[in-house]
Design a protein around this ligand. Sequence first.
Ligand code: FAD
Length: 395
Amino acid sequence: MVVLGAGPAGLVLGNLLLAAGVDCVILERAERGDLASRARAGFLGAETVRILDRHGLAEGLHRHGRPHAVCEFRSEDGRFRLDYAGLGRGDRHTVYPQQDLVADLLAQYLDAGGRVRFGTEARAVLGADGDRPTVEARGADGRPERWRPRYVAGCDGRHGAARRSLPPQAVRRRHRDHGVSWLALLAEAPPSLDAVGYAVHERGFAGHMARTPEVTRYYLQWQPGEAAGSWSEERIWDELALRMRAADYGPLRRGRIVQRTVVDLESDVLEPLRHGSLFLAGDAASLLSPSAAKGANLAVLEAELLALALVDDLVHGDPAGLDSYSAACLDHVWRAQEFSHWMIQLLHTPRGTGGAGGEGTGETLFHDALRRSRLQSLRTSRTHQDWFAENYVGL
Ligand code: FAD
């Protein structure tokens, strides 16, 4: 078994296969040290924690992660908080940085005797419609390598080799560019509020999410195409404070900005998630906008489904799980896509990109009015709040 990519999807899969005695190797383009410094997700849903618990992979998360269950919305109509542990199914998030989860999963896999080829880039998966696909790779020493496993799991993200290797006629791609960009920031600053903050402002969205007691992630809706480095730190903090209405609700705790990345909000799903002996999981299978913080959670869920199906096939000779893998994942994928899409509509003003705003056209004014009405419904309707909570923490 060859797994491409040592992100959350590839490492959960690798750990589960190893525990079941399935021989596998993970090919990872990056060096080990780079994996532990790649800050991305931080909010793990209740089902993700249950999956990791089930397989003994949650020790670090329980030791260092923090439960979280409140979000606060701010807009021109004031602010309100939702304590979602008291809504829906009563679930909460665990805040645990993705790079720490990846480091835990990697350490556990290597300690159990798992093999990872760091610095090895998969180039192509060939012959996936037959019984013995070939993975062509470039090893850490720059030499070409060829692997001939029974199955290949493509967990190598959106731009990986697995996706590229799929013949266009074998899959259907559903894609949406939401036309919105975010500047994703990591600041060496303690969180400024005890909640996830979602601020809707005529100049654009701003978000606040705790990562650790010393580090906070912020988001700023950003002019598409504008470079990440084009604003000074002071201008970024001033804009965050303005959009988060710090003058009304309390100042932001400022600190050094240590990471800036422009994220274009896009959704992308391939169907089916299998082509012969090649399976896709995580971002390789479906890309979500980070508006609802679902990507890493889906990656873990898909990795468990794939691992169980592979073990059934390779150890017990039962291919049924592999046959239904794609359909089972896509149910979850589309629910997550739908909720992420709803969040995008809720949080953005069509005019907001840090510009002056202006009066707007009839269409943008209509969109703004709908957004306000949605937020008002979320503020006042218990049914709507239960729906939100269930989708926000769950999959
Ligand atoms: P990845 O984490 O991308 O891992 C893929 C691995 O494959 C990488 O290690 C890469 O080096 C390797 N690779 C790539 N190409 C090759 C190749 N050709 N050969 C070998 N190896 C290769 N999700 C949440 O659930 N909650 C959040 O709060 C959240 N916040 C986010 C914030 C930001 C700013 C961003 C950008 C994303 C966020 N996400 C969040 C999404 C989440 O980070 C991803 O969905 C998640 O990383 C997907 O995991 P993965 O294992 O599929 O892919």
